[in-house]
Design a binder for this molecule. Structure first.
Ligand SMILES: [Mn+2]
Length: 347
């Protein structure tokens, strides 16, 4: 039987919260587990695979190499859908097109599309971190991935930063639907928010000194409160005022820890924006491993099954969880408890 294994929120390189896969023994444990699964059609890395903001790039790249070295053999394909903490990987992919056109002296009519491209095998520069025989297995795409099973069950997979809007979105799902044709709404959602993804999760911490200060206060104050604290400490600089306002705008409820139940209305909005019917939605981002049938949620959902992949870093909920999709249904598993799934919902 074909199995699709989904993991998210590895945050490779992050120091503040202990990353499971910073330890190569844990990479081997996970690789062994993949080895036990019948046919791994795809291993799907559903965003926040890399920590591109609160981690030194040396750690990020070292741990990415170790991870791919450990897990590349079993899956037929490795599908990587970046999230908010590794959004810059996606920007680097898309902007290659701008670079090529500009070096040829062309007049650019528009920016390249920031959604729905795919970079396969060595077309993705990160295939450089995968051992040679498996480079062709890699597919990097954004903002979502679909699985269509032979039994006609369809799953939609997205990291979740565009679903859980608090402190992540500059503009809302509703705004993305205004004055835009249906097929352009996903692109609009991305373009309205790309500034915040790139600023918060890459450029704001580009200075190692700034990164260390934000990282320290992130631990103490959580989430975006850290930006306010850093700004207060640097009150003489003009950027401080900007950051102070910025921190207060974005110090709403923390993303991490939010449940499917708490976000069911935004989930439904996102599915409406996506527009095509699916039976299952899988995402991560909030680090809470869950698997729910829409019927249990007491909410009129257009999907049957909703799953959150959890995370591979220590935090409020310490979990090393993965979701398996196959023709029987959807399962939530935890590494180390390998006898049976934590929960299973049949199609
Ligand atoms: Mn995230």
């Amino acid at each position: 039987m074909k199995n699709y294994v989904v993991i998210s929120d590895l945050h490779l390189g992050e120091k503040a919260h202990e990353c499971t896969f910073a330890n190569t023994a844990n990479i081997s444990r996970f690789a062994n587990r993949l080895g036990e699964i019948d046919e791994v059609e795809e291993l799907i890395l559903l965003g926040d695979f890399l920590e591109m903001s609160l981690a030194p790039i040396s750690k990020v790249t070292e741990q990415m190499g170790n991870f791919f070295e450990g897990v590349h053999e079993k899956p037929k394909k490795i599908v990587y859908v970046p999230g908010n903490h590794d959004h810059h990987i996606w920007a680097l992919h898309v902007e290659q097109e701008i670079r090529e056109k500009m070096s040829a002296g062309e007049i650019l009519n528009s920016l390249p599309s920031y959604v729905f491209s795919e970079f396969i095998g060595t077309d993705s520069f990160i295939s450089g971190y995968i051992p040679d025989p498996s480079k062709d297995k890699l597919i990097v795409k954004y903002p979502l991935h679909r699985i269509n099973l032979a039994n006609n069950k369809r799953s939609l997979l997205h990291h979740g930063h565009q679903i859980y809007g608090v402190g992540v979105r500059l503009l809302s799902l509703e705004e993305a639907q205004k004055e835009v044709s249906e097929e352009k709404q996903m692109e609009e959602l991305e373009l309205q928010n790309i500034g915040i993804y790139e600023l918060l999760w890459f450029y704001l911490e580009a200075s190692p000194r700034m990164r260390r200060r934000i990282e320290k206060d992130w631990e103490k104050h959580g989430g975006f409160g850290a930006f306010s604290v850093v700004a207060k400490e640097m009150a003489d600089s003009s950027i401080a005022n900007f950051m102070l306002n910025f921190g207060s705008i974005f110090s709403g409820p923390e993303e991490r820890g939010r449940t499917i139940e708490e976000n069911k209305e935004e989930i439904e909005q996102y599915l409406r924006l996506y527009g095509k019917p699916v039976e299952c939605l899988i995402y991560g981002h909030s680090h809470v491993p869950e698997l729910e049938s829409a019927a249990e949620l007491d909410h009129d959902m257009s999907v049957k099954i909703i799953g959150n992949t959890g995370s591979w870093v220590k935090g409020k909920s310490d979990n090393n969880t993965y979701i398996v999709i196959n023709s029987d249904g959807v399962e939530l598993w935890e590494l180390g408890k390998d006898d049976k799934p934590v929960k299973k919902i049949a199609w």
